[in-house]
Design a protein around this ligand. Structure first.
Ligand code: ZN
Length: 633
């Protein structure tokens, strides 16, 4: 019997199949006639249209119908209710139940705890217990479904009651709209509960995530398990990098790992616990970025644990700039040239007029500011509007970024010289440079040579002595005036090779400049041999050095025909030919060989013109040329 209400709910849709139930239901109502009839009457009276129908209905439905009624059922109820007899028994039953419950409650007093228990305790079914049971099953039992009993009943009673109820039903029958409202309100309650549940869930998710993150951190730390090295730093040179750190972990040793180009780290240094926390890596490439990890190691053997490692990376410094040279290419300018230092972002040029560069400007040269010389592949950069014959000082370095520079080159000095006059020279036609040393002299030798060139055209280079230039400055002046080049052959030819002093060179330059108005840009060492001092001095004096590719041996044979023969038998395009303007035989040879050479198609040019024509560049100060393209120290 206790299961009844449940069963009723389950079978609520099958009412039409089980017509008996209707009878049972009504019989229960009638059997309670004395009290319930009255109650019903009051109820029905109170429920008449004095109160607006819609309100009453809503109120009552809200009160009685729990939110669990699905829309489907409610609607079915609505349509089913039309014209059916048993719409109201449940109201009757409800009020009967309330009364019964009241009575029961009076009777049972404090024994109100569990109605289900009480029901089980009773062997006989009282109306009260049944009613109480219905009450406990409120959600289902209050649905406007027919409630049933097994008691028999009379049809007459039923029909009378039915008539009354039908009338009542018409006035208070729930419309579809109302039913839906019921359902919506139920739905709202339900969804509000769901929202509350969602709100509750969010903080739990956050807390959960935080706990999980903390656990992961703890696990990761525990995995390394060892404190990392602190204050890891790196310093670089061109080929080494030194990594240092603070040793704050007791009895910890360290491993320094280097990243390979393939990306894997391998241990390159181990540093024991009692040694200075630093490691120097050597034999590195310059201007190259290297990456390292410093890993702390604790314990020994199987208990050995390592930290994950602290990463650090840096570039090695670029190598110092090489092949630095300079010359005057256009009037009042200096052109600088140097070899490409690989992997750098640019260069910095310090340039000023004080020899310690204290007044120097620093000119930053990005690679895009520079011109690459097609012949040598070297970078070039030009500074214009300089003062001729004023010494300038400069130094150059490369950089990778704002913190990574090569060392500066030694401070060099440069003078703006007169640019080489290339007018009338076909750089694609053969040419040779006739050169004359040791003059000038007071006889007619130099004059005859100059006359020959004046007659046939072309130019020569005269490597002259400073003391003679002072004595025979008219010869020097004529050389300059007629477009010949006057070079330096030391002051008085008293020193050769290793014994040549700086003064020998500089003093000659001063004398020649004073005699001819032009400071030499070319030098020939007495006897041809050079030293570092000679080359450095020449570089400072903005002079290139010239050996020779063809020696006429005029100084030895002192024979014009011999000289002519040597030249005719050996001459090649680009030759630098050695002669002397202190022998008559040499002047005689010139008078014959110049027209012959010109006839052979050779252009007769100065050494600077030869270099410029053959290389596209001016000769590089400090460099000794054998031919235009061959050099030697
Ligand atoms: Zn000489």
């Amino acid at each position: 019997m206790e299961r009844r209400p449940q069963k009723r709910v389950r079978n609520s849709n099958t009412r039409t199949r089980n017509t008996d139930r209707r009878d049972e239901h009504v019989s229960r109502v009638s059997s309670s006639a004395p009290v319930s009839q009255k109650v019903r009457q009051i109820y029905l009276d109170a429920d008449t249209p004095k109160i607006p129908v819609g309100d009453t209905q809503t109120q009552r439905i809200d009160q009685e119908a729990p939110y669990t009624i699905p829309l489907e059922d409610t609607q079915r109820l609505d349509w089913d209710s039309y014209g059916t007899d048993d719409l109201f028994p449940e109201e009757t039953s409800y009020h009967e139940e309330r009364m019964a419950r009241k009575a029961q409650s009076v009777r049972s007093g404090a024994r109100k705890s569990s109605s289900r228990q009480k029901t089980q305790q009773r062997s006989t079914q009282s109306r009260q217990s049944q009613a109480r049971q219905s009450q406990t099953r409120q959600p289902q039992s209050r649905t406007p479904r027919a409630q049933q009993t097994h008691s028999p009943r009379s049809r007459q009673t039923q029909s009378r009651q039915t008539q009354t109820r039908q009338a009542q039903a018409r006035s208070s029958r729930p419309s579809l709209q109302q039913t839906q409202r019921l359902d919506l309100s139920a739905y709202r309650k339900a969804s509000s509960k769901r929202r509350k549940r969602k709100k509750l869930r969010l903080p739990f998710i956050i807390i959960g995530a935080a706990v999980l993150a903390a656990l992961i951190i703890i696990l990761l730390t525990a995995a390394g398990g060892v404190k990392e090295a602190a204050n890891v730093k790196i310093t670089s040179t061109e080929t080494t990098q030194t990594i240092t750190w603070d040793n704050k972990v007791k009895n910890a040793s360290y491993e320094v790992l280097q990243k390979s180009p393939e990306g894997s780290f391998t241990v390159v240094k181990t540093v024991s616990a009692d040694s200075t926390p630093s490691a120097t890596i050597v034999e590195l490439n310059s201007a190259t970025e290297y990456e390292y990890k410093v890993r702390t190691v604790k314990g020994e053997g199987k208990k050995q644990r390592r930290s994950n490692g602290v990463s650090i990376r840096a570039y090695t410094l670029p190598a110092a700039v090489t092949e630095l040279s300079f010359w005057t290419e256009i009037q009042d300018s200096l052109t600088f040239s140097w070899a490409d230092t690989q992997n750098v972002a640019g260069y910095e040029l310090r340039f000023g007029t004080s020899d310690n560069l204290s007044d120097a400007d620093t000119i930053q040269l990005a690679l895009s500011d520079l011109v690459v010389d097609e012949g040598t592949g070297n970078y070039t950069y030009q500074i214009e509007n300089l003062e001729e014959r004023t010494p300038y000082y400069f130094s150059l370095r490369s950089y990778i970024d704002n913190d990574t520079f090569s060392s500066w080159t030694e401070t060099r000095t440069a003078r703006v010289s007169r640019p080489v006059d290339m007018r009338g020279i076909d750089v694609n036609a053969p040419m040779v440079a006739l050169t004359f040393d040791d003059g000038p002299e007071g006889s007619d030798i130099t004059t005859r040579i100059l006359d020959t060139f004046a007659q046939y055209g072309g130019h020569a280079t005269f490597f002259q002595l400073g003391d003679r230039a002072s004595s025979y400055s008219d010869r020097i002046k004529r050389m300059v005036d007629e477009g010949h080049e006057v070079g330096n052959h030391t002051y008085d030819h008293s020193h050769m090779g290793d014994s040549v002093t700086r003064e020998d060179i500089v003093k000659a330059n001063d004398a020649i400049e004073e005699a001819g108005g032009v400071r030499p840009v070319s030098f020939r060492s007495p006897g041809g041999s050079t030293t570092d001092l000679i080359r450095e001095t020449c570089a400072e004096e903005n002079m290139a050095l010239y050996y020779w590719s063809l020696d006429t041996r005029d100084w030895y044979t002192r024979d014009a025909d011999s000289v002519i023969s040597v030249i005719k038998n050996n001459i090649e395009d680009g030759d630098i030919i050695l002669m002397h303007n202190i022998y008559g035989s040499s002047a005689e040879a010139v008078e014959k060989i110049v027209p012959w050479l010109i006839d052979q198609g050779y252009q007769l040019v100065t050494v600077s013109q030869l270099l410029k024509a053959k290389t596209g560049d001016l000769p590089v100060p400090g460099t000794q040329y054998v031919t235009a393209t061959q050099t030697m120290n």
